[in-house]
Design a protein around this ligand. Structure first.
Ligand SMILES: [Zn+2]
Ligand SMILES: [Zn+2]
Length: 108
């Protein structure tokens, strides 16, 4: 199970409502978590799907994990994906599995 720094963050990341299937459209949804990049962002309600990256939890002040966005592109480039956002990439790269799997390897 995924651990959050505090209950406020857990609730904020998991907020969902029936009226807005897309969380970006919902004024009640404040924080977006991107598992594949390990990024937390404040959702910008501008009609698009943008969010502002945050490094600390706005409620408890805990330092959030470092973004793995650059590493994600690097790893995929190494596998031959030069444009991973528009290419069909391996399943584990669509979630946090790609770097969690890596961590486990390192520990063994
Ligand atoms: Zn927190
Ligand atoms: Zn809503």
């Amino acid at each position: 199970m995924k651990k959050y720094c505090c209950k406020m963050m857990k609730d904020a990341v998991n907020t969902k409502c029936d009226k807005h299937p897309n969380r970006s459209d919902c004024p009640d949804c404040l924080v977006h978590y991107s598992p594949k990049f390990a990024e937390y962002g404040i959702i910008v309600h501008d009609g698009g799907s943008s969010s502002v990256l945050i490094q600390f939890c706005p409620w408890c002040g805990t330092r959030l994990p470092e973004s793995k966005r650059d590493l994600w592109f690097e790893e995929l480039a190494r596998l031959g994906f030069d444009c991973p956002l528009s290419q069909k990439i391996p399943k584990n790269f669509q979630t946090d599995a790609w770097y969690l799997g890596k961590k486990q390897e390192a520990q063994e």
